[in-house]
Design a protein around this ligand. Structure first.
Ligand code: 5GP
Ligand code: MG
Length: 459
C-alpha cells in the first residue's frame, strides 16, 4: 500500500511507490487520485504496476492526494473485481481504501451486513471495512473509521481516504508493516521504506500497532488508538521472506535480520562443504550470513530469471520441474564435483526445492546440503500470507529425515524457532503462527465454521 498527500504529482509518486512494492503483490495494481474538491478517480487492473498504468494515465491523473495498492490474493481469491483500492461514494464523500492483511471475522461481519441489506460487489474481505464505515452511526469520519475497524478482527494495515483527507491505520496487534514518511511539505505512508526511498522521501517512523493517523495536506494528527489487543504480534515471516531486504520495518533492517538468521543457521547446522549458494533472491541475505559465520565461500551457483511473469505459455511437453526450470538455472562451473550448501529462506510445499536439488545434481553437485533460514512451516497463515493448507505443507507432517528423502538431499537443516526469534528479539514479540501454530488473533470465521481451510493458489 502507498498513500501520499500535500505534494505535486501524487499519481506519479504513487506509481513509483507501488513499483518499489511490487514484490508484495503481482496480481493487480490500482491508483486512486483525489482532487482538491475531494473527488476520487481510480484506475486499476490485473498485472504488474508497469503494465497497468501508462504515462498518459499518470499525466491525466491530477490531484492533491493518492492511494495505491498492489494485490497478492489470500482472502477472496484472485478475480479482477477484487483489485484495490476500493472506491465508493457514501454520505461523507468519496471513500477509498487500500488494505493489507486478512480479517479473521470477515465472513461473520459480511453475513450480518448482507442480512441488513448491504450489497457486496467483491469477494474481498476488505470490502467489509467499506460497508462498516458507510453504515456507522458515528458523527465524524474519524469516529466512523474507528467504529468500523474496532469491529474487525485479525490483520489490517490500511490507507483510507475520505474526500481529500488520508488516514493510516494498523490493527492493534500490528501484523503488517506501515511506515510514515515526509517529502517536502507532504506526507507519505507505505508498507515498506523501500517505497519512500524510491521517491526520495524521508522516513519518519513506523505506524504503531493500533494507531490511527489523519493526514490533511501538510497537517498530521494522531487520533485515539483502536482498542488495545492482549499483545502486539508483528508477522515474523515479513522478515523471513516477504519484505524487501533494503527495507526497514519495525525498526529492523530486513537484510540484517536475514543475515542474522543465516549466521544462526550456520551455528545450528554446520557442515563441511566447498561453497554456500543461495536460492535467489529471497535467500541471498541468509546465505551470506551462513557463509560469513561458517567461513565457507559464498558463490552465485544458481541464477534466477527476473523476467518470469505470472503467465507464460506452458509447452506441451512440460514436466513437473517446469515451474522451477523457467526461473532457476545452476552454474555448472560452480557446482560440478563439489559439496554445496544451498540456503533457502523458507520451505513451504517443497516443490521448488525438489526441482532445484534435481537441477544441482544434474549439474554435477557431489553433495547437496539444504539449509533453511526459518523453522518448518507447519500451519497455514490466516493473517495475510499465502500459506497453503496443512496437507500441502511439507514441514507439517514430515520429519527431517523424510524431507531429506523427498528432496533427495545429502542433509537438511532448519533454523530453530528459538534461534530465529532470539536473532530479532528487540523487535518482537512476533506472530510465529505458521511455525508454532500459536495464533495470536482469534480465528472467528473458522471457529464458527463460516470458512473452510482452503488451499490458496500457488506459492
Ligand atoms: P517450496 O520449495 O517449499 O515449494 O518453495 C519455497 C520457496 O517459496 C522459497 O524460496 C520461498 O522464498 C518461497 N516462498 C515462501 N513464501 C512464499 C509466498 O508466500 N509466495 C511466494 N510466491 N513464494 C514464497
Ligand atoms: Mg525464494
Amino acid at each position: 500500500m502507498f498513500g501520499v498527500t500535500g505534494v505535486e504529482g501524487v499519481a506519479e509518486l504513487t506509481f513509483l511507490g507501488l513499483y518499489a512494492l511490487q514484490h508484495r503483490g503481482q496480481e493487480s495494481a490500482g491508483i486512486c487520485v483525489i482532487d482538491a474538491e475531494g473527488v476520487a478517480r481510480v484506475r486499476k487492473g490485473t498485472g504488474l504496476v508497469a503494465d497497468v498504468f501508462s504515462a498518459d494515465d499518470l499525466n491525466s491523473f491530477i490531484g492533491t492526494s493518492a492511494v495505491g495498492h498492489v494485490r497478492y490474493s489470500t482472502a477472496g481469491g484472485s478475480r479482477p473485481q477484487n483489485a484495490q483500492p476500493i472506491v465508493v461514494r457514501y454520505a461523507r464523500g468519496d471513500l477509498c481504501i487500500a488494505h493489507n492483511g486478512n480479517l479473521t471475522n470477515a465472513q461473520e461481519l459480511r453475513e450480518a451486513l448482507v442480512e441488513e441489506g448491504a450489497l457486496f460487489q467483491t469477494t474481498s474481505d476488505s470490502e467489509v471495512i467499506v460497508h462498516l464505515i458507510a453504515r456507522s452511526r458515528e458523527e465524524t469520519v474519524e469516529a466512523q473509521i474507528r467504529d468500523a475497524l474496532s469491529q474487525c478482527e485479525g490483520a489490517f494495515s490500511a490507507v483510507i481516504s475520505v474526500g481529500d483527507t488520508l488516514f493510516a491505520v494498523v490493527d492493534p496487534r500490528g501484523f503488517r508493516p506501515l511506515v510514515l514518511g515526509r517529502r517536502g511539505r507532504g506526507h507519505v505512508v507505505a508498507s515498506e521504506t523501500c517505497a519512500l526511498d524510491i521517491i526520495s522521501a524521508e522516513y519518519v517512523r513506523d505506524v504503531r500497532p493500533g494507531e490511527l493517523i489523519r493526514i490533511r495536506g501538510d497537517e498530521i494528527r494522531i487520533l485515539d488508538d483502536l482498542p488495545a489487543a492482549p499483545r502486539v504480534s508483528p508477522c515474523v515471516f515479513e522478515l523471513v521472506y516477504f519484505a524487501r531486504p533494503d527495507s526497514h520495518i519495525w525498526g529492523v533492517a530486513v537484510d540484517r535480520a536475514r543475515k542474522a538468521f543465516g549466521r544462526q543457521l550456520a551455528r545450528e547446522h554446520p557442515v563441511d562443504a566447498d561453497c554456500v549458494i543461495s536460492v535467489p533472491d529471497s535467500a541471498n541475505s541468509a546465505a551470506l550470513g551462513y557463509a560469513e559465520e561458517s567461513g565457507i565461500p559464498f558463490e552465485l551457483g544458481l541464477l534466477r530469471n527476473h523476467y518470469v511473469g505470472r503467465t507464460f505459455i506452458r509447452p506441451v511437453q512440460a514436466d513437473r520441474d517446469f515451474g522451477a526450470r523457467i526461473k532457476y538455472n545452476p552454474v555448472r562451473e560452480i557446482v560440478q564435483g563439489r559439496r554445496v550448501i544451498v540456503v533457502d529462506d523458507s520451505l513451504v510445499r517443497g516443490t521448488t526445492s525438489t526441482s532445484l536439488v534435481k537441477f544441482l545434481k544434474e549439474a554435477g553437485a557431489r553433495e547437496v546440503h539444504f539449509r533453511i533460514g526459518s523453522p518448518p512451516v507447519r500451519f497455514p497463515c490466516f493473517y495475510g500470507i499465502d500459506m497453503p493448507s496443512r496437507a500441502e505443507l511439507i514441514g507439517a507432517s514430515k520429519t527431517v529425515a523424510e524431507v531429506e528423502e523427498i528432496l533427495g538431499v545429502t542433509s537438511l537443516g532448519y533454523l530453530s524457532l528459538e534461534g530465529m526469534l532470539n536473532a530479532v528479539e528487540a523487535a518482537g514479540p512476533f506472530c510465529d503462527a505458521c511455525f508454532s501454530g500459536e495464533y495470536s488473533a482469534p480465528l472467528v470465521d473458522m471457529e464458527k465454521g463460516l470458512v473452510a481451510i482452503q488451499a490458496p493458489p500457488g506459492c
